[in-house]
Design a protein around this ligand. Structure first.
Ligand SMILES: C[S@@+](CC[C@H](N)C(=O)[O-])C[C@H]1O[C@@H](n2cnc3c(N)ncnc32)[C@H](O)[C@@H]1O
Length: 216
């Protein structure tokens, strides 16, 4: 069996040098998040931005939904990959970080594609229940993941994608001795998705781990 690589900081730099480049506003968001202290951990990894980009291009995604926007890094990555007439609905309940995100979307000339809704995501999802999306990215409060997943499946057509972030939970999910409530919840969520016959799914070990599901 092949041995998985450990991605050291040096190797990450090498990967970044030889991969797709970030848009200047994506880099600005990362620099801004670096000034916020510990909560910068909320943002997706650069490798996930590029992965989302590629998957949107390959799958010809036009209508996307994001649950959990923070200051806008993943939303901007999604929007930049969409065609000019593509649409992203971005959900977050935090007024302050959403305002920051909206300013970045304008700066990147993506505001015509992105509709930001600032309220608890379950409320927004209720209001969006008659809409359809090709791809949904889930990256909000973990304890609602199962509800977000179930509602997302209803908003997708056949072959639609739902992508869920943080499913490896810093590697804790594989440590049986860890019974912290978030670890237990993510473990249970992963088991729910793994046995779900409505989708085919893989866990991609980028960032904190993301599950990509295709609706059958
Ligand atoms: C991990 S961050 C999202 C990071 C973002 N995808 C990025 O790449 O920068 C999670 C976000 O979910 C939002 N959130 C948490 N609970 C929520 C809820 N019930 N409804 C809507 N948003 C929520 C938080 O305000 C936070 O901005």
């Amino acid at each position: 069996m092949g041995k998985n690589l450990e991605i050291t900081e040096k190797l990450q730099k090498y990967i970044d040098n030889f991969s797709l480049k970030l848009n200047p506003v994506q880099q600005e968001i990362i620099d801004y998040n670096n000034t916020l202290g510990d909560i910068k951990r909320m943002q997706v990894a650069t490798s996930q931005c590029h992965f989302l980009h590629l998957i949107i291009k390959i799958s010809n995604i036009k209508n996307a939904l994001e649950i959990g926007t923070f200051t806008g890094l993943s939303a901007l990555s999604i929007s930049l990959a969409l065609p000019d007439d593509g649409k992203l609905v971005a959900l977050d309940k935090n007024e302050e970080t959403s305002r920051v995100a909206i300013d970045f979307f304008k700066k990147a000339n993506q505001d015509h594609k992105i509709k930001t809704i600032i309220k608890p995501a379950l409320k927004s999802l209720e209001e969006l229940k008659n809409d359809k999306f090709d791809m949904i990215f889930i990256d909000a409060d973990k304890m609602n993941y199962k509800e977000y997943y179930e509602r997302s499946l209803k908003l997708l057509d056949k072959n639609g994608l739902v992508i869920i972030d943080n499913v490896l939970w810093h590697g804790e999910v594989a440590d049986e001795a860890n019974i912290d409530k978030f670890t237990l919840y993510i473990r249970e969520f992963n088991a729910h998705v793994a046995q779900d016959k409505r989708v085919e799914q893989i866990i991609v070990p980028l960032g904190d781990g993301m599950t990509v599901c295709r609706l059958l």
